[in-house]
Ligand binder design. Structure first.
Ligand code: MN
Length: 235
């Protein structure tokens, strides 16, 4: 047994509906601009431009019902409701028509974003990590196995802040669908069990403040809620 200098970071995991076992998280991939109306509201061309990705650390996960401390160094902290794909089987250079074989299940996620830092990075041609990959930035509800719910391609995707609906579209509006996203990602790097892919957010993104109760869902996949709380103190 390896003798570590200090206790290694525990594995982050996500609950699976109807299953006592947890889904251990390896990597979190996120697709940028994958709904036309959101691309437009971000001031970008909504055409079928080849998708791009960014990542978040696995330990940024916040489960359903969790408290999200308002993050540091932002004055424009945004929600982004997203359909999340949970990978259950390794693959490389996967053809789109074989992508389903690699999917364990689906969940509803929220790609929390420090919009001011993201836009500053975008304008300066810098990496997006400081806008996207910060602590407590990857909200996810329980995973629903595809063996139970199938592979949803239509269904309402929505988000509400304090009960007021802010985002309301359909996952059939995805510019690049789940199978295409898996295929494209797997040509760039090997995907492995435990990978999560946040597939992009519809239009209507906006700011959050301390005290906000955020709910969201995808029909056929589930719902989740979080509460924005005071900034974290200490480490
Ligand atoms: Mn996003």
């Amino acid at each position: 047994m390896t003798d570590y200098l200090f206790e290694p970071q525990p594995v982050t995991s996500v609950a699976i509906e109807g299953e006592s076992k947890q889904f251990p998280v390896r990597r979190i991939f996120c697709v940028g601009r994958n709904y036309e109306a959101h691309a437009r509201e971000m001031g970008r061309d909504p055409s079928r431009e080849f998708p791009f990705f960014f990542t978040k650390p696995a330990d940024a996960i916040i489960p359903d019902g969790g408290d999200v401390p308002y993050p540091p160094e932002t004055e424009n902290f945004h929600y982004e409701i997203e359909l999340v794909v949970a990978i259950g089987k390794a693959g490389f250079e996967i053809p789109a028509d074989k992508a389903k074989d690699h999917i364990y299940g689906y969940a509803v996620g929220n790609d929390l974003t420090r919009r001011d830092l993201q836009l500053e990075a975008r304008e300066k041609g810098r990496p997006w990590d400081w806008g996207k990959a910060f602590d407590d930035s990857a909200v996810i509800g329980p995973i629903k196995p595809a063996s139970q719910i199938g592979h949803p391609t239509t269904g309402r995707i929505w988000l509400a802040v304090n009960g007021e609906v802010k985002q309301d579209q359909d996952i059939s509006d995805l510019i690049w669908d789940v199978e295409e996203v898996i295929s494209i990602l797997s040509h760039t790097m090997r995907i492995r069990p435990g990978d999560l892919i946040y597939t992009g957010t519809p239009a209507g993104v906006g700011p959050l403040k301390v005290g906000d109760k955020v709910t969201g869902g995808v029909d056929g996949v589930g719902e989740h809620s979080i509460t924005i709380v005071a900034p974290r103190e200490g480490v």
